[in-house]
Write a protein that binds this ligand. Structure first.
Ligand SMILES: C[S@@+](CC[C@H](N)C(=O)[O-])C[C@H]1O[C@@H](n2cnc3c(N)ncnc32)[C@H](O)[C@@H]1O
Length: 348
């Protein structure tokens, strides 16, 4: 665990908070590097510049709107849970971390819901917020770097991390999470399966909808960061040392086609997530890793337009799957016979 007094490169670490900052929240950082806000422009979209390895989804207003709609879809699809923000059994979290917080909606909702908690959201790009609750702190950093937070967390959350990390990086991230949770603390992650599916034959087998998943799985392989994320979640999380692992897979409608009122509402929001997000999610990937050769911007736009048209067809009963997984860092007495070091588990 890093010593808290180590000061990260101020150009690489930016903290947003507001005036109410009790002393022990005082952070090690705080320089505002405006170049971070500028990012870099490519094919009409803005991308983060903090991580050299690159990240495929833009950090611009259009994509932040997409994330907001995705947040709403998640809440609607989890509306029957006691708390739609997470399922881990942590009734009153005190120290919460949201990894890859994006536009920060989850972290802000958590901070509002639990005013006595400190909720941190970390991302490569500063969240576009004008106001945040006093107990919410946003930090700009690469989560793969050494963690310098003094407190241990009792809940760490990660949503839509698809395509951000290689398999080894996922392993090391889960290890960081494990090491930085209190014993008895929980990690929770939710990821979408990007394949379009249909159970009733309402979509012709040659529909463009069925090309989306395989095309991006192939692009992800070329990039070296798998987009077939849901299948690796559980083994990687268990490998980091977590116990008491739970998972829930749900079918998320895309569109207003379900009869059930709640699913219809969620489907209407989810299709908006697709319609507003597809260009941003695909531009970087297809112009760099498209098959058989990198695509042009125009080719990507045409493909996305075809996808949009198909998704809007009310006769098509299309859905995608989402996997939510939550897992506990064992308490000390539950560790008997286990190794504290996930590395040892990894070697098995
Ligand atoms: C698809 S967005 C999801 C945002 C948010 N979690 C949500 O559900 O709306 C993934 C976010 O992870 C961030 N991210 C990717 N790699 C990261 C890294 N190495 N460190 C911190 N954040 C990262 C991206 O900048 C992006 O904002």
């Amino acid at each position: 665990m890093a010593d808290f007094t180590i000061t990260p490169d101020p150009n690489l670490h930016l903290e947003h908070s507001n005036e109410y900052e009790p002393e022990d929240w005082r952070s090690e950082t705080t320089s505002i590097a405006s170049s971070l806000y500028r990012g870099f422009m490519e094919n009409g979209r803005r991308y983060q510049t903090l991580r050299d390895a690159g990240y495929f989804s833009p950090s611009d207003e259009k994509q932040f709107e997409t994330y907001e709609v995705g947040h709403l879809a998640c809440l609607l699809m989890n509306a029957d849970a006691p708390n739609p923000l997470y399922l881990a059994p942590v009734p009153a979290p005190k120290h919460v971390l949201d990894i890859g917080t994006g536009q920060g909606s989850w972290a802000i909702d958590m901070a509002d819901m639990f005013p006595n908690a400190v909720v941190r959201g970390v991302d490569l790009f500063p969240p576009p917020v004008s106001w945040i609750p006093p107990n919410c702190i946003f930090e700009v950093d690469d989560i793969l770097q050494q963690w310098t937070w003094r407190e241990k967390f009792d809940l760490i959350h990660l949503r839509h991390g698809i395509g951000a990390f290689t398999q080894d990086e996922w392993g090391s991230l889960y290890k960081h999470c494990y090491d930085n949770l209190e014993p008895g603390g929980w990690f929770e992650q939710i990821e979408m399966d990007i394949r379009c599916e249909c159970d009733d034959g309402s979509i012709p087998a040659d529909s463009v909808l069925f090309t989306w998943g395989p095309r991006f799985f192939a692009a992800g392989e070329k990039m070296g960061k798998s987009l077939d994320i849901t299948k690796n979640l559980r083994p990687s999380i268990e490998n980091a040392g977590f116990a008491d692992v739970h998972e829930k897979t749900t079918k998320w409608p895309i569109g207003a086609w379900p009869r059930d009122k709640a699913l219809k509402e969620a489907g209407i929001v989810n299709i908006q997530h697709w319609l507003s997000g597809m260009e941003g999610y695909s531009m970087y990937l297809l112009t760099k890793y498209g098959d058989p050769v990198p695509w042009t911007r125009e080719e990507v736009l045409i493909y996305v337009a075809d996808m949009r048209k198909a998704l809007k067809n009310p006769r098509f009963h299309v859905y995608q799957r989402a996997k939510r997984i939550w897992a506990k860092k064992p308490l000390a007495d539950e560790m008997v016979g286990r190794s504290e070091s996930p590395d040892i588990l990894k070697q098995k």
